[in-house]
Design a protein around this ligand. Structure first.
Ligand code: HEC
Ligand code: HEC
Length: 305
């Protein structure tokens, strides 16, 4: 009886983490604790190093098996920013990614960590790159209020999509099969595919504002350019509406609603949690010891391996 109960509790806990993806909002406490680098390092080693590597170079023991490679934090180049192309991210940007994860990749939302722990690991990530010592992030690109949707604005977006050359990479219909799609490389020389814009969820977040931000700031380290200097705010909003009008498909969802490499991420996170526990760290670095053998075996069964 107690056992069934505790298994149920654990399942709910895990489900909770994944449902939280959909519900996470940018709202965070106003009060942000002083940087606690030692706590950040502990959190990092227990929860992030398996993929991102002890030295933050993206070469953790699990990295080889992942198609979308974990970020190398030593370069200070961040994809998901509110700041202009080439700039460092704001702390809030890093915090947001850690809290939301990157959908469709093994980078899961880290909501099992408290807000305080997520800030601590945010500060710790910044120690991997000297850039944070010598540069300040530029002011964020403003996101003006979203205009109401209309047939006209969608039509404008449709025209902008071709005029601005989005089709070159993302394809005429947005399916990620543009003319240069197969030649694209990221900063480290790995092939990178332009997003299929007809399928949700998107990496950068579920909201129209997230798409607006991506189009405005670009994704540093990838061929996805910034359009802040090229397109007027109305034109960028029009593109957002165009994308929302074609994003009618959902990526196939596996167990617990996970998509793509998220499943891989869960397997890895579990093992990292196990390793942490055997070294006395407890569940995901929290000392709770929730992830025990039963849990791991149960998950293995559920995943049929
Ligand atoms: C299972 C592997 C895995 C684990 C564990 C993991 N990550 Fe990631 N992380 C990734 C991958 C893969 C990406 C790249 C996603 C992409 O580029 O589309 C990523 C990207 C990121 C980014 C985005 C940086 C940018 O370019 O804007 C941040 C920040 C990040 N991870 C922080 C963390 C932190 C902090 C932890 C631990 C609390 C963690 N990650 C744990 C795999 C992982
Ligand atoms: C030179 C090629 C190229 C051009 C031109 C380009 N993109 Fe991209 N875009 C990419 C690549 C590559 C990615 C994927 C980055 C990744 O997965 O990390 C991307 C990602 C995106 C994303 C992020 C989707 C997500 O999952 O969050 C959006 C939105 C987007 N592009 C919209 C546009 C729009 C709108 C235009 C035109 C105004 C455009 N792109 C032009 C290459 C391009």
């Amino acid at each position: 009886m107690t056992k069934t109960l505790s298994v149920t509790c654990r399942l709910l806990l895990i489900l909770g983490v994944f449902f939280a993806y959909e519900f996470y909002s940018d709202r965070v406490s106003v009060a942000r604790a002083e940087p606690d680098i030692r706590l950040g390092e502990q959190i990092y080693r227990a929860n992030c190093a398996a993929c991102h590597g002890d030295r933050g170079d993206g070469k953790g023991p699990e990295a080889n098996r992942l198609e979308t490679k974990p970020r190398d934090f030593t370069t200070g180049v961040y994809k998901f920013r509110s700041t202009p192309s080439g700039s460092l991210p704001l702390d809030q940007d890093i915090f947001r990614t850690i809290s939301r994860g990157v959908r469709g990749t093994s980078m899961l939302a880290q909501l099992h960590l408290s807000e305080n722990e997520r800030w601590a690991v945010t500060d710790y990530l910044k120690t991997f790159s000297q850039r944070f010592k010598f540069e300040k992030p530029v002011d964020p690109v403003p996101i003006p209020a979203r205009p109401p949707t209309s047939r006209e604005i969608i039509a404008l977006g449709n025209r902008m999509y071709t005029n601005a050359g989005c089709n070159q990479c993302h394809g005429v219909q947005g399916k990620g099969d543009g003319r240069s799609a197969t030649e694209l490389k990221d900063e480290s020389g790995n092939p990178i595919a332009p997003t299929n814009l007809t399928i949700k969820p998107f990496k950068s977040g579920p909201g129209p504002e997230d798409l607006y931000r991506t189009i405005s700031t670009g994704l540093n380290g990838t061929p996805m350019p910034s359009y802040a200097d090229v397109l007027a705010p109305e034109e960028r909003w029009a593109l957002v509406f165009h994308i929302l009008s074609i994003a009618t498909q959902q990526r196939p969802r596996g167990m617990m609603g996970l998509v793509g490499e998220e499943v891989q991420g869960m397997r890895i996170d579990m093992r990292a949690a196990m390793a942490g526990m055997m070294r006395g760290g407890g569940m995901m670095g929290r000392g709770g010891g929730m992830m025990d053998r039963n849990m791991r075996d149960m998950m293995k069964d559920m995943m049929g391996r």
